[in-house]
Ligand binder design. Sequence first.
Ligand code: AMP
Ligand code: GLY
Length: 408
Amino acid sequence: MQVLLIGAGAREHALAARLLESPALGRLYWLPGNAALEGRVAKVGEIDPCDGPRIATWAQRQGIDLAVIGPEAPLLAGVSDCLEEVGIPCFGPSRAAARLEGSKAFAKDLMAQAGIPTARYVKVSGPREALEALKEWSAPLVVKADGLAAGKGVTVARTLEEAQGAAKSLEGPGVIEEYLEGRELSYMVLAHGQEYVALVPSQDYKRVGDGDTGANTGGMGAVAGFGLISQSLQQEISCNIIKPALAAMARAGAPFKGVLYAGLMLTAQGPKVLEFNVRFGDPETQAILQLWEDDLLEVLNAVARGGMPQRLLWSQDWALSLVLASGGYPGPCETGFPIAGLDAAMEHVRVYHAGTRLTQEGIVTAGGRVLTLAARGGLELARERVYAAAAKIHFPGLHYRRDIGKYL
Ligand code: AMP
Ligand code: GLY
């Protein structure tokens, strides 16, 4: 099979590495890709990853049999629709279904209609309405921009003044919602219409600093393992959240296909949805793939064509992923620094590239999240492995959390 993978992050590198292991793979095309897998995949640098019509024309000419879309932006731009219009099966939802991630207001209304547990909320059209609405609320509370913001459009306000500040800086519609207390969990399923099969549960570490301090990021590391939650909690999430969400999407005329990702808060009143994403989580997927033993190409191809596998094959180990970030991340970062120690690190763990670029001087930093390291084993062993590998990697400004997998 000729496969097209869209995206440029560590999640896509991890997916690509697994697709390359499949005996059914002919050639893997990676649009746009990053500095990883040089010589093993065909990088497609000249097409905008959100330009659906151009991608579809190119894919048809190239004889692509399956497309796999990693990030949310191409999904929201309708790349999946364009590919399917020309008969190329795509692992990833339609533009209409991607609104579940693309609009907080759409997601909140869908949850309210379907009776899915989530934080109490009010929609606002902009700063003025937000400030007015805040008169009815007390802190702590959460202010969210409506559209995509790579995990950075959310302010968890401890005081009303902080919430007012966030409300004032809204650049368009938003949502104000109740603050939920608890442990966070990422629960992903592969879905086609109302059929689905769950992936191993995972937990993302969203804040930049140890002990969950500092700014929100796209994710600084993750743990995956069945030990994260009980079977009865899995059942509850499945029945109260996943099933009704898929049914509501079908009713809304936007049946789901791909990965449905529920970002949950495990509260004293049970699991509640913080957000839905319509794709694999990053960096959760880098951990999850260490435990997932199926032929990835076979599974993604089946889902894309509507044949949901009955069950997936999993290791009962734990897996960890750790993000190595540039100085300044999640704010503006200085990049272009050579990365030392990559080969030594690779002896211990999987090293996935995100913000990297290949130059004549070798591989240099080119973004905020630079690399993800991932390992599996017992929880302690997996931790030791990723941190031993992290200690071997150097570039100016490098920072990472020291507490991934520490408190579960
Ligand atoms: P979101 O993009 O909606 O997932 O929000 C990003 C992060 O903000 C989440 O992973 C949580 O850590 C935090 N967050 C969002 N909504 C809430 C909420 N209602 N209560 C507490 N924390 C929240
Ligand atoms: N790690 C959070 C996300 O992928 O949105």
